[in-house]
Design a protein around this ligand. Structure first.
Ligand code: DGT
Ligand code: MG
Ligand code: MG
Ligand code: MG
Ligand code: MG
Length: 257
């Protein structure tokens, strides 16, 4: 393109490259989802369909962007991990953040009907996003532990809260009962209300992990009718503990350089 006298405006653009050789996490979070979940009558405290819609969007995102090696989601948020060596958009923060969040938002709208065939999408789902660089795998693991601990604390509180409401307490009474309680007391409250916390769906208690894994797939059947299997890499979702080392040791490819 020919230079014009207006070219100089380009010099106002600031460089926003993320630090090289660091893990990049992009966390997106639903804007005003307190309101959004009320407007769409999400089940409280956890709406299975709403969470599965988020997971499906995250899976599609990993299918599209090969540099994203892992994702963790809970409530209205998802964190996406880029490998250390990624040169995605030359590591330009604004490009990476805006592409991921707009891709995710569009998916959320496109997939809505699949997960809520009987519910109209009434308002515009919108997500904020940020990128953070982490210099070591230890800190990356701590980052995901932080999100999963948050998931646990919020879910335990919210489950107690909504069970107390369902048992006839007012919001105020439920808040007062839960004030200052620790995990054992909350478990006791749930037990009194007939709920074993550990038997709640793992997706609610642990959140969702999305990553590529080797799975055996039947590709065809031979003449004798026996299945012919092959190992394929597929994006999938599991609900596992990621605070301990076990998960990461079982999937060393995620945090390898
Ligand atoms: P923000 O992020 O500052 O724009 O504000 P919010 O309202 O999105 O707040 P945030 O992100 O701290 O909390 C997530 C909200 O979304 C929280 O009020 C509960 C709601 N939410 C998320 N997942 C579910 C669900 O499965 N069921 C229901 N009923 N609500 C949910
Ligand atoms: Mg927020
Ligand atoms: Mg939010
Ligand atoms: Mg949130
Ligand atoms: Mg363009």
């Amino acid at each position: 393109m020919a230079n014009s006298k207006y070219e100089y405006v380009k010099s106002f653009e600031v460089e926003d490259k993320l630090m090289p050789s660091t893990w990049i996490v992009v966390r997106i979070d639903g804007r005003h989802f307190h309101q959004f979940s009320d407007e769409h009558e999400f089940e409280k405290p956890n709406d299975k369909q709403a969470l599965e819609l988020m997971n499906s969007c995250a899976e599609a995102l990993l299918e599209e962007f090969k540099d994203v090696v892992f994702a963790y989601g809970v409530s209205d948020e998802y964190s996406f991990l880029f490998k250390k060596t990624s040169e995605f958009y030359q590591r330009r923060a604004s490009k990476i953040v805006s592409i991921l969040v707009s891709f995710f938002s569009s998916l959320y709208v496109m997939k809505w009907k699949t997960f809520f065939p009987l519910k109209e999408l009434k308002t515009i789902p919108c997500f904020d996003a940020r990128a953070i660089c982490y210099p070591s795998t230890k800190i990356v693991q701590d980052y995901f532990s932080w999100r999963q601990v948050d998931c646990h604390i919020n879910n335990q509180y919210n489950t107690c809260f909504w069970m107390l409401i369902k048992s006839g307490k007012t919001k105020r009474e439920a808040q007062d009962i839960l004030k200052g309680t620790q995990t054992p007391e909350k478990n006791e409250i749930l037990f009194q209300l007939g709920i074993n916390y550990n038997e709640l769906p793992a997706m609610f208690r642990k959140g969702s992990c999305v990553f590529r894994d080797k799975v055996e797939e039947i590709v065809k059947y031979n003449q004798d009718g026996d299945p012919v299997k092959r190992l394929r890499t597929k994006v999938g979702t599991v609900h596992r503990d990621i605070i301990g080392d076990t998960f990461w040791r079982e999937h060393p490819e995620i945090l390898s350089d």
